[in-house]
Every structure is written in C-alpha cells, then in structure tokens.
Design a protein around this ligand. Sequence first.
Ligand code: ARG
Ligand code: ZN
Length: 877
Amino acid sequence: MRDAQPGNIYLKDYEVPRFLIDKTELRVEIGDKDATVLANLTMRRNPASNYQGKSLSLHGVQLELQQLAVDGRALSKAEYEVNGEELLIHRVPDNFTLTSEVLIRPRENTSLEGLFKSRTMYCTQCEAQGFRKITYYLDRPDVMSEFTTTVVASKSECPVLLSNGNLHDWGALDDGRHWATWHDPFLKPAYLFALVAGDLSLVEDSFTTCSGRDVALKLYVEEKDIEKCGHAMDSLKNAMVWDEEVYGREYDLDLYMIVAVDDFNMGAMENKGLNIFNTSCVLAHPSTTTDDGFKRVEAVVAHEYFHNWSGNRVTCRDWFQLSLKEGFTVFRDSQFSADMGSATVKRVEDVNMLRTVQFAEDSGPTAHPVQPAYYMEISNFYTATIYEKGSEVVRMIHTLLGPELFRRGTDIYFERHDGQAVTIEDFVAAMADVSERDFTQFMNWYRQAGTPRLSVTSDYDPQQQQFSLHFSQSCPPTPECQEKQPYHIPVSVGLVTPSGDLPLDAKGNTTQVLEITQPEQTVVFEGITEAPVPSLLRGFSAPVKLSYPYTLDQLSFLMGHDSDGFNRWNAGQQLSIQLMQALVTDYREGTPLVLDQRLVEAFAKVLAETDTDKAMQALVLMLPSEYLLAELAEVIDVEAIHQVRRFMCRELGRELRDTWRATYLANSEKVFEMSGAAVAKRSLKNLSLRYLLNGASDDSLSLMHTQFMEADNMTDRLSALNGLVNDPREEARPLSEQALDKFYNDWQHEPLVLNQWFQTQAACVLPGGLERVKVLMEHPAFDFHNPNKVRSLIGVFCNSNLINFHDEAGEGYRFLADNVIALDKLNPQIASRQLTPLTKWRRYDLTRQALMREELARVLAEPGLSRDTYEIASKSL
Ligand code: ARG
Ligand code: ZN
C-alpha cells in the first residue's frame, strides 16, 4: 500500500500566491538520453499576500536537481530541502533571481505529461500540472509570467524548434546542435507553456484580422500527413472570422501554430500561440476521415482557438474555476458549429451526449458541481460536467439575457479581466452588471451537483380560456450535498395546436422563456381558445430531466407539428423511449414483444417528408441508444435493453423495408462531395442501409458488401464495415472477415484509420466480444502506450459495447481492472479515465454489482496506485 494516502484539496482554502514570477527564462537542451532544463526566474514577494515568512516553496515532480542558486549564489544542501513534490528554500529575499538546473527524461516519460517523446518528436503537455515535471516552479494558474524559451537540440533529429510567442533569435552550435529562442509578450500561467522539437513538415497560410494585421498560420505535421491539413486550416480561419464577428475578439500575436502529435492524453491543448493537437482532432481527409471526424476537427480547432480569449487572455485563478474557461469555450465552439452547419443537428448531438454521459456522471459516485468544492487530482476533473454541463450553464445565461445583453456581458468580462486570473463569480458578475439581474439563486447551477428533475402537469379551463402549467422541481442527493436548494430554471415553452403555435404575447411571439425558481410554481396563459399540447424546454433550454404526462398520441402530434426542431426530434425520442421501456418490462416478464404500430407510422411519415433537412431526418429515425435507456433505468437490465432495442430495429427494418431501400438508393451519389447537404444525404443513406440489414433483407448483405468495396470515402466504407461486422447471419461471417482483412491491409500505414478498425471490432455486439478484444490486444498495430489505441480498443469495448462488456460471467470487469492496473504504471491519467465504467456499479443488478465492486476493490488494493486512479477507485467504492 502507498504510505500516505492523498487527500482532498479545498476551494475554501485558496490563498493568493506568496511570491510572483515576473520573468521566466528557460533553456531546454534535449539530448539523446535526457534533457536538461536551466531556469532563471525573476521573483518577488507578492504584495497582495499577507505571508510574512522567509521561505519559498516550489512545485517539482520527477526532477533531478543539478544546481540551485539565489541571486547567482549556489545554495548549500542545508539551505533547501526536497519533500515529495515540493522544493523548500528556507530563506529568500523580497526580490531575487532563482536559478535552477534539472535533468529530466522525456524518453521515459510515458505519462505524456510534462516533456515527452511521441514517435519522432518531443513535445509538452502542461495543463493542469505538467509544468512541474519540467522545472521547479509556482505551478498554479494565478502566477502569470513573461516567458523567454531557448530550445536546443540536434539539428538533424529536430530541425524544427518551437515555443510560445514569436521567434526571437536562432543559431547553430558547432556540435551538430542548433537552437531557437522564443519570446511570448503575453503574461501567462505555466499550464499554457509549450515546446516542440522534431522533424515536422509545415503547411502555411495567413489571416488578416479585422484591424488589418497579418497573422501567419502554421500547421506542423509529419510529412505523410501533409495532405490532411486543409480542413483544419479552413476551420481555423472560419473560427478567427467568427470570433471577430460574434464576440468582437481579435487574434493578438503575429503567429498561430498548431502541431499534431500521435501520443496525446486528450483532444488538444490551447498553449499560447502554439496549440498542440492529438492527430485525431486535426488531420482530416475524405479517404481516411468520416463526416463525424470532419465535424470534430472543426469543433476542436475552433475550441482551442477560442481559448485564446476565454482561457488565455483571461485565465482561471485556480483549478476549481476550470469551467470558467472550459464551459464558456465549449459554449462558444457549439455556437460556432451551429453557425457553420445546422443548428438543430448540433443541438441534438450535444443533448444526446449530455443526457447519456453527463447525466450518468451526475448521478454516480464521481458527481461534482460545475465549480467543485474539492478534488484530489485535478486531472480527474476534465469531465462532461465541467465541459458540457458548464457549457449548458453558460447557455442558460445566454437564454435569460438574450444575445445582445450576453454580448455586452462578455465584452465587459474580457475588458475588466484582460491579463488576469479570475473566478466563475467574476464571469457571472459581468453578466449581472449588464442585465441588472440577480444571479444569487442561479449560482446553484455552479455549486450543486446532480441533475434537477422538473415535473410538469397542465390543465385547461375553456370557460376562462386559461391554460396552466404546474411546475415542480427537485434534485436528488449527490456525494457532496444531500439537500439541494431550488434552481433558477429557464424553461422555453410554446403551445401547439393542430393549426400551429399559439401566440403568447401581443407581438405574436410563439415561444416564451419562463423562469422557474420555486420548488412548486404555476404559470397561467390567458386567452387560450383551444386546448394546446405544451412544447416544453424548447431547444433544451435547461439541463434537467423533464417529465410531463404526454400520451403517445400527443408525442406523435408534436413530432409532426412542433415549430421547434429540437422538440420535434425530442418528441420522437420520448415516444420511442416510452415504447422501449414498456417492452423492457415485457421482456423481463417473458411476454412476447410486439411493436406498437404508431412508431412504424411515425417513422413512415418522417421517411415520406421531402422538405426536411436529411441530417435531421436521420436523427429522428435513430432510436435512443442502449446507454440512454440504461441511464434512464431504475436498475439496468443489460439483456433486456439490448434485446429490446435489437427487436425494434429489426421490426422497423422489416416493416419499412421497401421505404428504406428506396431511401438508400435515392440518397446514394456517384460523386463524392463534402458539402453539408452531401453529408446529410450520407447519414440518411447509411442509416437506411443499417435498417435494411437489421430487417435482414435479402439484398442487404450484397448492398453492404458492394458499398464497402466501392466506397470512395471513409464514411461510407466504415459504415458498411460496421454493418457487415455486426450482421448476425451466418453468411455474413466470411464477408465480414474479408472486409476486416482488406481494410487492415489497405490502411495499415494510417494510425488514425487503424483506430477506427479497432473501434469497429471493439463495438461488435455479436457474442464473443471479449475474446475478440483480447486477440486484438496482441495485434502488432495495438500499442498500450498510445492513448488513442487504448481508447479505441479497451475504451470502446468497455463504454460502448453494453452486452459484451457486462457479460454475466464478469470477465469483462476483470479484463478492465487488469488493464487499469497495468496502465496506471505507465499513464495514470488514461488509467483513471478507463476506470469509469466500473464506477457505475450501483446501477446494475446484484450479481453484476458484486462482480464490479470486487474488481474495483482489486484496483484500489494495488500497491503504489497513482493519485488519479486512487481518487476514482476510492470515491466509487
Ligand atoms: N484545455 C484543454 C482543452 O482544450 C484540455 C486539457 C486537458 N487536460 C487534462 N489534464 N486532461 O479542453
Ligand atoms: Zn478547452
């Protein structure tokens, strides 16, 4: 067992830094075996601190200290001590220069935090606390410094040397090495520091800002990926224009660089002027990347770009404020994606993700508020709650204020706090000031975990022509808080009748935002001449679980008549959910399953529409996922959920066979196009093909096979491969095997495509899933050190293959625990993240609960567990 168990760090214990670092000069020399880091820090006592002592405490992890000096005088061993992750210097003056030299080992750094080697390049990842693996420092976001960085490395091995800001000077040494000095004029915390050294190819473009400044845009990738940069570059330029137009934010340096690396713990990182990206979030080409992959690249490139203002120019005071930058920036990138494509499609995708992933997190043992009150390891808090729920909270502010006031609020926020490290309260204060609204109650969204329940009933009084909505809100207890205060919930509503939406005010508006603040609250609409069906929470105006006693007929009605596109989709989902839940009960009771014809009719109607956006049509025709049903279940019955969803797909496939075939054919194009309309067509086409397969139509195998063989793009190819691999018919096996082999042979030199090959097999629902995954773990293309590979195989199997991972024998749980234990020794951040599915054990039947707990306990008992994995395992048991 570890000797000292890590404890929680509390927001209430926040103290301003005792010392400041005005200037940071680094010289990083990268050698064959290791690297040395020479740091010169210009420091002074913080006038805002009431600390009176003389000692200075710095962060440092896995650093081999070579020398340490204050004002040029080397310190003796008696003048400092190293305790775990702290360097304590007993006596420092009020103003001084601290010089240190440390040795670090990037080649042995498998945590991918700090300075590490990925394939042919050296690069860094410092957020949240990786800088302390590079040098001794005050590694906290409220210490902001002016950085000058010199990188030294072999000229042949690392022709490209990069860091933040502008290139200031460079030269060659006579031993085959060369150097480059970068200077970043903007003050920044250490988590935004970056350095890259490697053999990289460059794609260049430029952008002229609204004030007429030219910015050089540079994308650094491996030579073989040079053809896959166009989409990221276009997305970057679109994001730059958009931020000028929508938020009035202009880029501030003369240079914007993006570097693509293959081994990366997350999607991407917004380091000032030098973003570092997971290759999966920047490279895109129709032959290797699906349409969803293209959208993801656009969103992540924009997200990191938007951080330049929401994150870098105005940063976080401490890590409890993480959502200040992440929630706001996710909101900004979602607005951007909505503007670039279809707003309703984007909203549906986001809400689907929120309802499955974030709602599940919010009801489990790791539930935490958007502004957490405590944490053990901050890396564990890069969660759907901080990001996606955080974004929903900002969206609610936007809904309450309206776009103009919201924009005035962000203007004031950026103006007041430019160059500062601030809090969520500062952000909300700017919004309160421009709107003269009271946000006291609204802050509960930031401070309470858990998903609020909003129950609504209605009654109609024809005599008085009154329609009343009765709201009742509550929120279940979560680990940090048992008793919840009521929330301030913006509920966007419309009243729908067969002849359309009723006007709700004198201006004829048909949507109104109600503000629900009480535990029980009634809202009365006057002058309502016929009984309407309420359309509630339009656009998903608040992240709550809404219930209203809709009949199936009312849901079908809303599906066809609601003027709100999101709610039309949502009505369809609720209709399917009601039917599926009833069938789950039938399945458990052994009652034969029968599909309600109303769903078939509703689907037929949607398929017959000719004027709807095809991407929307495809979304409406997609049944809620197994994981959404699981999230909604009292106790998750794995078999029942899986069998019921399969049954419905099969019946819908069979009953509407001819329509699916016609839709498939009508949306098949000879020539590939990347336009929004073409993407929409492909999604409807591939969905239709999947239903043909589900309905086991005779021609579906050959259609699928032909599409696989002839596809000229990855969306169609992968969709056909997925179909073949999941087709339960005997005659599909040889075709599926052949296709997998061919796919591998064709794409074995493309790591990103192989990720998709692993994902397809890891998600295969046919029996024997675990054995297939275990065989693939031994495949030469699998690499336990590469997070994308781990996520593609282990992650997808454990998070997206409900029926196989939760096989009753519990072998899936054992497999996951074994891998988490092994991963924890290499990469704690990835290990602790992979543990998530086991933390949900309380949601399953007693047999599975016991098996899952046992494996969690085994992980927790592992000696020398990282703080990351320890926190998740201990909090879940
Ligand atoms: N700030 C990065 C972003 O744009 C993500 C950093 C994630 N860090 C981590 N330790 N997981 O969202
Ligand atoms: Zn971010």
